[in-house]
Design a protein around this ligand. Sequence first.
Ligand code: GLU
Length: 280
Amino acid sequence: MRTRFAPSPTGPLHLGHAFAAILAHDMARKAGGRFLLRWEDIDRQRSRPEWEALAEEDLRWLGLSWDEPPLHQSARLTLYREALGRLWARGLLYPCRCLRRDILAAASAPQEGAPLIGPDGVVYPGTCRGEPRTGPLPEGVALRLDMARAIEGIAAEAEWEETGTLPGRQRLDPAWMLRTVGDVVLARRDFGTAYHLAVVVDDAAQGITHVTRGEDLRDATPIHVLLQHLLGLPTPVYHHHRLIRDKTGRRLAKREDARAIRRFREDGATPQDIRRMVGL
Ligand code: GLU
């Protein structure tokens, strides 16, 4: 078993992170497996090495150790471009120059009704789908997956196992993919890649057998499974866990400093206190 904790270094780790990290760590340790760390730092504007250093300190304080040097997504752009190149060569991607407001406007045009919001935001209305798909992989422009083409012939065999809050065997649903996911962005104009692509490439590169992460990412899983099939990568087991909420029931956000592990440490809490606070 190989599990991972994959935060973005854009703020302090809070109780929600502690829960996710401890869960992945303990799961691997119990099975005699390995626990890995990955820094999802493709957003160069918001990622800071200071947050990373502080987070690693918090994790060590919590008693967690990782078995391999942490992976940095910022250093792996060539690998993401290589994966994109393979999808591009098969005509599965197209360049998109739409701005967020264009997409919203097109998606909410009177004949369209209310815009559909899927796991990846507003479902793209397809404005750029007719853009040429020839030549070298375009640079400096967003790239979208042509979902209709991507799911052709794949859906039948694409399955995965969930062991978290809603356990069971799952199967890719092509109609749902088309209707509520649509043509997702696999490369952002400014980053050269996007979360869905990077996470799939990296989980495979790190040999992750069990992805543990918050329930908020459950609906992104079919996108990841589809990409694994398109890229010939193995599909891990997915374990989506409950989210840690504050007293008012709101999800903890990174910008809220109040629940930062660092704060609890300064106030004299012990790692056992943190485990108790998140219900472990
Ligand atoms: N980087 C994501 C986060 O901080 C986690 C991605 C994942 O676990 O797939 O929420």
